[in-house]
Design a protein around this ligand. Structure first.
Ligand code: ADP
Ligand code: MG
Length: 693
């Protein structure tokens, strides 16, 4: 590997390779929009000819083409639906237009087709923009990476084929292909896609980098630390794919109601036609009135009232790093009136560090000991097992304790586990391999390491009911650390408490502001639900401005606490990250998971995911949901006012067909556009501002 390649090189003159283009579906890229535009143009060409008294052969075919351009697609889809015994409102519109033409109202029918096609295109646009926003979040990881071979050569491989331990070269301006750690080189990396930080972050040897982030002007050699399928980005992709395969119940409900309503409407239309006819009215007049009835009574505006605002809100939230899994969830988010927060990884950054290592006994190396080689102090392995003298601080006992704990923690996904493993690595310790690993969420882990049974976990749980001297010493050491605001974990070797580790985590910078916002929004103060000890929890809660703290909870106890609130009539939003939060997330009215720190189980169980772990987006998305719900209500009111008003007008008086068409389609387009307002950046800003109050 020539070292010059790793030195800072000038930025590439060509646009950065692998930079994700900002893709936004253009209106005319949608077939629906093109057909609507064609219909409109044909209509606009025909109308002046007709009005200036040109012969019918001049404008007639233009109208016919307008009908075909705007109507063939819904007619085709409607006929297909009919074969499956469902009645499509779209088909009724086409029938109404043809009916209007049949009784000589060619212009009115064409107008209906044009406006109808336009509202269809608007709906398609809303859906496409939603998909864009989500895809924009996902289209981040590059397809290939440059892998360095052991012989110093380089090969281009698919990022999906990268495995832990591979070394990849990231050139200036390239997107990083895998989650990993910088081996050498220096550069600044734009991590906005994953962390939301607007400014590039300086990276050098030892720093963590994420798949999908954009390298700046330096070159980096990166050791892959997570398989492609495991990367932060990949987990989110999998989740969204799953979510989009399911249909929101609200939509199913609307569709079911629409079915019944449409059938009733057809029956009513027939009655509106047949009854006056039987009473001796003229055929043309009755037919016209019936056509007008069918048009104005169609539930197009009602159908369009609900989904566009919710979809637009989902798209907007997605753009700002909150993935809401369905329209139902978007609806429910705004209903919450209580909040329960997890501590580790949620309120705190989830990147805790080991601050204290306190051996209580001397732990001899096992038969298969890998030396905990720290310069100058090789592990001797000569001390008798079970020696009660406290270990030497900073010496081999500390290292041995940490190495054993890290060996046991290595397979765990818990933030505390990562802290222990990182601490061992920082000291240059070899991690002994573990087997028989088990983990008890909210309690700790156990494994056989170096032939010894090692357990690491919460003091209160691991040492429950034990009265022996070693346990008492461990509890005392833990209490001492907890008084200092640390999370203490006990390391047990072969059933004997061998030491205590103190771990400190930082509050997220926006934690206090978020707690205040959520309090204002929901009208009640959030509670903290944590498996950690009461002392550390209380200290952190005070910093974040939370008064109600429930500490020492097992996962099922967290869920029980949530259910208890729900029984009291509250709608609880649970915000969590870990496997231990999954039951509570499932029990919640709405569960929200932290995307970066979050475990797979939490991401799957949650209804929404805060992709970049920005707490402040949570109150914003609640406010956005409320805005969406307000728009839905507004839309429903507008839609039903128009429908009932026009129906009454048609039945009681004489509603001219063109006016009926304009009223009906006008209200439909109005309702559709109203929903799209939530796509705008200003809608998010308003929600954020509302969340901040
Ligand atoms: P929180 O609810 O704050 O996210 P958890 O429920 O995940 O915390 O953990 C509660 C306690 O259980 C921790 O404070 C720790 O003492 C212990 N614990 C859980 N998992 C582990 C682990 N992998 N290693 C060590 N201790 C653990
Ligand atoms: Mg947690």
């Amino acid at each position: 590997m020539p070292s010059t390649l790793l030195e800072r090189s000038a930025p590439a003159a060509t646009p950065p390779r692998g930079a994700a283009p900002r893709r936004r579906t253009r209106v005319l890229a949608l077939p629906e929009a093109r057909w609507a535009a064609a219909a409109a143009l044909l209509f606009l060409a025909a109308l002046p000819l007709q009005l200036t008294g040109a012969p019918a052969w001049a404008w007639g075919p233009l109208y016919a083409l307008a009908y075909a351009a705007g109507g063939w697609e819904p007619a085709w889809a409607g006929l297909k639906a009919l074969r499956e015994r469902t009645l499509d409102v779209d088909l009724l519109m086409v029938v109404a237009a043809l009916g209007a033409a049949a009784v000589g109202q060619v212009t009115d029918g064409a107008l209906l087709i044009v406006v109808f096609a336009t509202s269809g295109a608007l709906e398609a646009l809303a859906t496409a923009r939603t998909a864009d926003s989500v895809r924009g979040l996902l289209d981040l990881a590059p397809a290939t990476a440059s892998r360095l071979r052991d012989d110093g050569g380089e090969e281009t491989v698919a990022t999906a084929d990268l495995v832990v331990g591979d070394t990849v070269l990231v050139r200036p301006g390239e997107r990083i292909g895998a989650d990993g750690r910088v081996l050498d080189g220096a550069s600044e990396v734009d991590q906005a896609t994953v962390t939301g930080e607007p400014l590039p972050v300086a990276k050098e040897a030892g720093d963590e980098v994420f798949a999908g982030t954009l390298n700046g002007t330096g070159a980096l050699r990166v050791t892959v630390e997570r398989d492609a399928s495991d990367s932060v980005i990949a987990r989110i992709v999998a989740m969204v794919e799953e979510a989009s395969a399911t249909k929101a119940p609200t939509q199913l409900f609307v569709e079911k109601v629409e079915q019944r309503y449409s059938l009733g409407m057809v029956a009513a239309t027939l009655a509106v036609f047949a009854v006056p006819l039987a009473l001796g009215a003229a055929v043309t007049g009755s037919l016209l009135r019936a056509m007008t009835f069918m048009i104005v009574a169609s539930p197009c505006a009602v159908v369009l009232a609900t989904m566009p605002p919710l979809l637009s809100a989902i798209a907007n939230a997605g753009r700002h790093g909150v993935l809401v899994k369905s329209a139902v969830v978007m609806e429910r988010l705004g209903q919450v009136d209580a909040v329960a927060l997890d501590k580790t990884g949620t309120l705190t950054e989830g990147t805790p560090r080991v601050t204290d290592v306190r051996p209580l006994t001397r732990v001899a190396a096992g038969a298969a000991a890998t030396g905990t080689a720290v310069a100058g102090t090789p592990a001797t392995g000569t001390a008798a097992p079970g020696t009660t003298a406290a270990g030497t601080p900073g010496g081999p006992d500390e290292d041995r304790l940490l190495a054993l704990a890290a060996g046991a923690e290595h397979p765990s996904e818990h933030p505390l586990a990562r802290a222990v493993v990182d601490a061992a690595r920082t000291r240059g310790l070899d991690l002994p391999a573990a087997c028989d690993f088990t983990s008890a969420p909210g309690t700790g882990v156990a494994a056989v390491v170096d032939g010894r049974r090692v357990a690491v976990g919460a003091p209160a749980r691991l040492l429950r009911g034990r009265t022996d001297a070693a346990a008492a010493r461990a509890l005392a050491a833990a209490a001492d650390l907890e008084d200092g605001g640390r999370t203490a974990v006990v390391v047990e070797v072969d059933g004997v408490p061998a030491g205590v580790l103190g771990i400190a985590d930082r509050l997220r910078p926006d934690a206090a502001a978020t707690v205040a916002s959520l309090t204002a929004l929901t009208g009640s103060a959030p509670v903290l639900l944590t498996g950690d000890n009461a002392r550390a929890a209380a200290r952190l809660a005070a910093e974040a401005g939370i008064a109600d703290v429930r500490a020492g909870l097992l996962p099922q106890e967290k869920a029980a606490a949530v259910r208890e609130q729900e029984r009291a009539g509250r709608r609880v939003l649970v915000l969590g990250d870990g496997v231990n939060d999954a039951p509570a997330l499932a029990a919640a009215h709405t569960g929200v998971a932290m995307g970066r720190a979050g475990s797979d189980l939490a991401l799957e169980t949650a209804d929404a995911v805060v992709v970049r772990d920005e707490l402040a987006t949570v109150p914003a998305v609640v406010a956005l949901s409320r805005a969406a719900r307000r728009l839905v209500v507004q839309n429903l009111v507008v839609a039903s006012l128009f429908i009932s008003g026009l129906v009454v007008w048609d039945l009681a008086g004489t509603l001219p067909l063109p006016l009926g068409v304009l009223g009906h389609e006008g209200s439909t387009v109005l309702v559709g556009l109203n929903g799209l307002r939530l796509l705008r950046e200003s809608a998010w800003e308003r929600a954020r501002a509302e969340g901040r109050r």
